[in-house]
Design a protein around this ligand. Structure first.
Ligand code: ATP
Ligand code: MG
Length: 667
C-alpha cells in the first residue's frame, strides 16, 4: 500500500505514537499522506475507523478526501470514519451534547444575513459598514475564544466596550432563539470541553486519532479543539504549509504551527520536498514570488515533471477583452491539445470578477462550473423556503418565524408583529410561543390573531411529520399548502418568477436525492444546508466543465491548465490589504493560485478597468515583477519593462522602484 509514497511520506504515514507535523510546500503530497494514512491505520495498524477523524476546511475537500480513501480501501472497513470540516465536526458535537449546552436538539444555525439583522437591532444602526464591522469584530473575538465577559474586562476604550456589550446582547439573543452562528460551531464545543471533563473524555475515547489538513489556517478556537481532543498524548497528524495561510482575516493564526512545538514537546516534524503536481517552471515562479515574504520555515520544492511551457503573462485592454481572450484561448488550446473542458480553471481574487467571464463563456458555449461564489442557498426564494424549514425544526428561531409568516403575506401586518415582538421580549420567550399567550389575543385584531394561530398550528402539524416522512415529498406538500408558486408569480420583482420557481424545484430534487442517499430527514438537511451555505456554497455537478473559482476556494485543488485573471494592483493585492499592510497574505494567495497549475499557467491583467462606472487606468500587480523573468513570456505593457530586466538583481531593483512609486513599505 505504501509503495505509492516517497520515503518521507511513508515515514509520516507510519508515525503513530506521538504528535506529528508534516510541513511542506504546495503539491508535495500532504493531503495524500492523510488519505493513505487513514487506510494504513485501518489496514495495518489495527485502528477501528470509528476512532479516526480527518478534518479539512471545505465541504468539497472533505468530499474529495472521502472519495480518495474509498478509492484505496474497501468502504465496508471504513464504517464510522469521520471525514469532515471543523464546522461539521463541531455541529456533530453540539448535536450530541446539546443538553449540556442548554440547547434543544433542534437548534438553528443562523446565516450571515441573520447575524447582520440581529446586530443592527442591537446597536440601533442601519449603516451597513458599521453593522458589518461590528459583526466582524465579534466574530474575531469568538474565534479568539474570548467570552463576552472577558471582552468586557479587556475593553480599552469606549468603542471596545460598546462592542463587548453588543457581543453579550448578541449571544443572549442567539440563545433565546435557540440558535448558533458559524463561529459557535467551534466555540461551544471548546467551551463545553473546558468545563466538563467527563464529556471531553467521552469524545477523546471516540476520536482517538485526528488528521488535520490545511493546518496553517486554524484559528485559536480550532487549535484549542484539536488540543482538547488529542489530549495529553497528542495523537494527531497535522499537515500544512505556512506559505498557504490565507485566512488571517477570519482569525486564522499561522503561529499555531510554531505553537505546536511548544505545546507538544515530542512533536515530530517531517518535511516533504518533492512536488508531484507542477512543472519546474511553475514551481520556480511560485518559489520566486513567495521568497519575497519573510520565512517562518525554510522549505525547498522540486519536481521531476519536466521544465514545461513558459508562464504566459498577458496584458488585456480591459475586463471584457480579458474574458473573451480567456474563452478563445481555452477553445483553441482544447482543440489543439484534445483536452477536456474540466482540465481548465479560471481563478480570481473576488467573486465579482466572475460575472464577465461567465457571460463570455456562455457566448462561446463553453460549459462551466462555478464554486465559492454567491450561493444557490442565498437566493431569496430558497431562503424563503428554508425559513419554513428552520421554523419547523426550531420554533424559537425568530428570524425564520418572521420570514415564514410574511412569505407569502397572510394578512399579518407590521403592527401586529411589533406587538407580538414586544410581548415576546417582555416575557423573554420566542415569537412562536408568544402567539399562544392568552394576553396576546387582547392586543390585536381578531382576524390577525386567527391568522397567526392558523399559521402556528400549520407549522406544528408539519413538525409532527418532519422526522418520519420523506423530506422531498413533505417539502412539496408544504409548498402546495402555502401556494408558494402562485405567490412568486403574483409578486412583481425584476427577476422572473419562472427562474425562481425552477430553483425551488431544484431544491426539492436536492432533498429527494439526499434523502435517498443518506436517509436524512427534513430536519437533518436543514442544519446541513446552513453549513453548506456558510462554508462555500453548493457545488454544481458538471463533469466536463471549465472550473471557475476564487483563489480562496481553490486551496488544495489542482488543474492541468490555469488562468489567473485580474493580476492588478488593487485587485491582487487587494486594495484593502494594501491599505491595511496585509500584502504578505495577498502574496500567499498568489502563491496558492500559481501552485494550482499542473502543466500550464496564464496570468493576465487589464490596462484599464471600470470602477463605479468610470474607466480607470490600472497598474500590473507587483507580484508580476516578482516572477522570474527567464521563465515567463510577456505580452503587453510589461513587455517593454521586461526588456530592461536582464538579471535577477536588476529585476529586484526594478521591483524596488515600482514599489517605491506605489508608496508601499512592503516587499
Ligand atoms: P496543497 O498544498 O496544494 O494542498 P498537497 O501537499 O496536499 O498540496 P497533494 O494534493 O496531496 O499535495 O498532492 C499533489 C499531487 O501529487 C496529487 O495529484 C497527488 O496524487 C500527487 N502525489 C503526491 N504524492 C505522490 C507520490 N508519492 N507519487 C505520485 N504522485 C503523488
Ligand atoms: Mg492538500
Amino acid at each position: 500500500m505504501l509503495h505509492t509514497l516517497n520515503a518521507p511520506q511513508q515515514a509520516a504515514v507510519r508515525h503513530l505514537d506521538g504528535p506529528l507535523l508534516v510541513l511542506a510546500g504546495a503539491g508535495s503530497g500532504k493531503t495524500r499522506v492523510i488519505t493513505q494514512k487513514i487506510a494504513y491505520m485501518v489496514d495495518q495498524a489495527g485502528y477501528d475507523a470509528r476512532h479516526i477523524a480527518a478534518i479539512t476546511f471545505t465541504n468539497k475537500a472533505a468530499r474529495e478526501m472521502q472519495e480518495r480513501v474509498h478509492g484505496i480501501m474497501d468502504p465496508a472497513r471504513l464504517k464510522g470514519l469521520i471525514v469532515s470540516t471543523f464546522h461539521s465536526l463541531g455541529l456533530q458535537i453540539i448535536r450530541t451534547e446539546h443538553a449540556a449546552l442548554g440547547y434543544k436538539p433542534r437548534f438553528s444555525i443562523l446565516d450571515a444575513a441573520d447575524a447582520m439583522k440581529i446586530i443592527s437591532d442591537i446597536i440601533g444602526s442601519t449603516d451597513k459598514d458599521e453593522v458589518r464591522g461590528t459583526v466582524g469584530t465579534i466574530s474575531r473575538l469568538k474565534n479568539d475564544f474570548m467570552s463576552p465577559d472577558a471582552a468586557m474586562l479587556n475593553a480599552q476604550s469606549d468603542g471596545e466596550l460598546r462592542i463587548a456589550r453588543a457581543y453579550r446582547a448578541y449571544q443572549d439573543t442567539l440563545f433565546a432563539y435557540q440558535a448558533v452562528d458559524f463561529d459557535d460551531l467551534i466555540r461551544l464545543p471548546v467551551e463545553l470541553f473546558e468545563r466538563d471533563k467527563d464529556i471531553l473524555t467521552k469524545w477523546q475515547l471516540r476520536l482517538r486519532y485526528l488528521l488535520i489538513d490545511e493546518y496553517q489556517d486554524t484559528n485559536v478556537c480550532q487549535y484549542k479543539l484539536v488540543k482538547q481532543l488529542t489530549g495529553f498524548h497528542g495523537k494527531f497528524t497535522a499537515v500544512g504549509d505556512d506559505d498557504q495561510s490565507i485566512y488571517a482575516w477570519r482569525g486564522a493564526n499561522v503561529e499555531n504551527l510554531a505553537l505546536l512545538k511548544e505545546d507538544f514537546p515530542r512533536l515530530e516534524v517531517i518535511k516533504l520536498e518533492q512536488n508531484y503536481r507542477s512543472t519546474s517552471r511553475i514551481l520556480k515562479a511560485a518559489n520566486a514570488v513567495i521568497s519575497n515574504n519573510p520565512k517562518l520555515f525554510e522549505k525547498q520544492l522540486w519536481s521531476e515533471l519536466g521544465i514545461g511551457d513558459p508562464i504566459a503573462v498577458v496584458e488585456m485592454k480591459d475586463e471584457e477583452h480579458e474574458a473573451e481572450t480567456v474563452a478563445m484561448r481555452i477553445l483553441a488550446h482544447k482543440f489543439e491539445m484534445r483536452t477536456k473542458f474540466s482540465d481548465y480553471a479560471i481563478l480570481y481574487r473576488g467573486n465579482h470578477q466572475a460575472r464577465i467571464i461567465e457571460s463570455q463563456l456562455r457566448n462561446h458555449k463553453i460549459p462551466y462550473q462555478i464554486s465559492g461564489g454567491q450561493s444557490f442557498f442565498d437566493k431569496a426564494e430558497i431562503k424563503d423556503v428554508l425559513g419554513y424549514l428552520r421554523l419547523i425544526a426550531n420554533e424559537n428561531d425568530d428570524p425564520a418565524f418572521i420570514r415564514a409568516v410574511t412569505t407569502p403575506k397572510r394578512g399579518v401586518g407590521n403592527v401586529t408583529l411589533e406587538k407580538l415582538g414586544g410581548l415576546a421580549a417582555e416575557r423573554k420567550i420566542s415569537l412562536f410561543e408568544a402567539v399562544h399567550l392568552p394576553s396576546f389575543e387582547t392586543l390585536v385584531q381578531p382576524a390577525q390573531y386567527e391568522a397567526l394561530q392558523t399559521f402556528c398550528a400549520f407549522i406544528n402539524r408539519i413538525q409532527g411529520r418532519a422526522t418520519r416522512e420523506p423530506a422531498g415529498a413533505l417539502l412539496k406538500e408544504l409548498l402546495l399548502a402555502i401556494d408558494y408558486e402562485t405567490w412568486l408569480y403574483d409578486s412583481d420583482e425584476p427577476r422572473p418568477a419562472e427562474a425562481k420557481w425552477k430553483n425551488v424545484l431544484e431544491l426539492v430534487a436536492w432533498f429527494d436525492k439526499r434523502a435517498e442517499e443518506n436517509g436524512d430527514s427534513l430536519i437533518d438537511m436543514t442544519q446541513k444546508i446552513a453549513l453548506i451555505t456558510l462554508l462555500e456554497g453548493r457545488e454544481e455537478e458538471a463533469p466536463d466543465a471549465v472550473r471557475l473559482t476564487t483563489l480562496h476556494a481553490s486551496k488544495g485543488l489542482e488543474y492541468p491548465h490555469v488562468f489567473l485573471i485580474g493580476c492588478e494592483e488593487g485587485i491582487l493585492p487587494h486594495q484593502q490589504s494594501i491599505d491595511g499592510g496585509m500584502v504578505e497574505e495577498e502574496r500567499r494567495l498568489m502563491y496558492v493560485g500559481i501552485t494550482r497549475a499542473q502543466r500550464s499557467l496564464t496570468i493576465s491583467y487589464c490596462g484599464k478597468r471600470k470602477r463605479a462606472g468610470e474607466w480607470q487606468i490600472t497598474e500590473p500587480s507587483r507580484f508580476l515583477l516578482e516572477l522570474p523573468p527567464e521563465e515567463i513570456r510577456i505580452s503587453g505593457r510589461l513587455a517593454g519593462k521586461k526588456n530592461v530586466v536582464v538579471s535577477k538583481e536588476e529585476g529586484k531593483a526594478k521591483l524596488a522602484n515600482l514599489l517605491a512609486g506605489l508608496g508601499s513599505k512592503n516587499g
